[in-house]
Design a protein around this ligand. Structure first.
Ligand code: NDP
Length: 331
């Protein structure tokens, strides 16, 4: 199901008090967008630098549970790993009957890590856009895609409230796609655990072999991602089409890419992707993540070691930036 601006009722949230919980990457953009759409917004955040930022941006900022009191719509923009404890212990006792509780990711609902009471509306509004871009795309009017669903409709107004919120954060300028929380979580985890790792390993392997073959590391990181050619190629898939974009690369690239594709062990990749999907759908991945959390995330040390900045790839990037600057003006 696709939703556009014309599907939303501009009056859907009239008179509604909105609480945005979490003023992080996405929370800040969402709160600013909702306020600029004319809605009364208060922010809930723990006492830290983000809280100060919300105050500086002119919001009334309360502790998480206090922000829920009297709110008609509560948009939860806390990290997925934090939500289960905060939801059960602090927020659940404070929701009024008929409050619309909106999640930005389906994860905690899909794995029943939070169990909203039956007298709430439970909504999903998951932007497919980086937090800061959610603000930029609102300001320039381009909008951004989101996945949306009504997971529980206790008031009979769940759909109109969900679309009202999607419109007010600026998503419907571009459009939204209906997807259940379970589908959203599966999709998100599947692509980040299948295509993501393949790309990561492919880039690192090509870099290592290229250096071994005597190619300059600086040119390799440019070829792989720093020139922007690769990300333009992906943008072209979105505008021209996945297969059509192949034709834009010239005969040598097309022929070489075709030969390379034929030479790959596609069956091994498919077997691996199927295992990844099975782990996600059976709940195996979510259980592993919970065990990891119970032990204080020991894997983070390993990730820190793997992504340590003293490696040849990062050094090559730094040399390119030092010599030529950053094409986008830096992070
Ligand atoms: P961030 O980590 O940027 O911010 C989350 C907020 O939660 C911050 O205000 C943070 O404050 C606060 N927080 C962190 N730990 C705790 C805690 N223990 N108790 C209470 N508050 C805490 O998260 P994101 O904005 O990136 O993500 C929020 C949600 O949005 C997630 O569900 C995510 O899946 C979803 N989402 C995010 C997107 C993105 O681009 N970032 C895109 C689409 C969906 P502090 O860190 O100062 O403690």
């Amino acid at each position: 199901v696709f939703y556009r601006q014309s599907d939303s009722d501009p009056a859907a949230l009239a008179g509604s008090e909105i609480a945005v919980l979490g003023y992080g990457n996405l929370g800040r953009s969402v709160a600013l967008n909702l306020r600029d759409s004319g809605l009364p917004v208060r922010v809930g955040n723990i006492d830290d630098a983000y809280r100060q930022r919300a105050t500086d941006d002119g919001f009334a900022v309360l502790d998480l549970a206090d922000a829920v009191d009297g709110a008609d719509v509560v948009y939860l923009l806390l990290p997925d790993e934090v939500l289960p404890a905060v939801f059960g212990e602090q927020l659940a006792p404070r929701f009024g009957v008929g409050t619309a509780v909106c999640f930005a990711s389906g994860y905690v609902l899909a794995y029943e890590l939070v169990k909203p009471a039956a007298d709430l509306d439970v909504l999903l509004l998951a932007p497919r856009m980086l937090g800061e871009e959610v603000r930029r795309a609102y300001v320039d009017g381009s909008g951004f895609l989101s996945y949306v669903s009504v997971e529980q409709d206790s008031t009979g107004r769940g759909r109109e409230r969900m679309l009202g919120l999607a419109s007010a954060i600026g998503s419907l300028q571009r459009g939204a796609i209906g997807l259940s929380a379970e589908q959203e979580a599966t999709l998100d985890l599947f692509i980040e655990q299948s295509v993501g790792p393949y790309l990561g390993v492919a880039f690192q392997t090509a870099f290592r072999l290229g250096v071994e073959a005597g190619l300059p590391p600086e040119a390799l990181v440019c070829e792989l991602y720093m020139s922007g050619e690769m990300s333009r190629t992906i943008s072209t898939m979105a505008t021209a089409g996945f297969f059509e974009s192949v034709r834009w690369h010239g005969l040598v690239a097309m022929y070489g890419g075709f030969l390379g594709t034929m030479g790959m062990d596609g069956e091994a990749m498919e077997r691996h992707f199927r295992e990844v999907l099975e782990q996600i759908r059976s709940g195996g991945f979510a259980r592993k993540l919970q065990e990891e959390e119970a032990q204080g995330y020991p894997v983070l040390e390993l990730i820190d070691a793997v992504t340590a900045t003293d490696n040849p790839l990062t050094a090559a990037e730094q040399r390119v930036r030092a010599a030529l600057g950053d094409p986008d003006g830096g992070p």
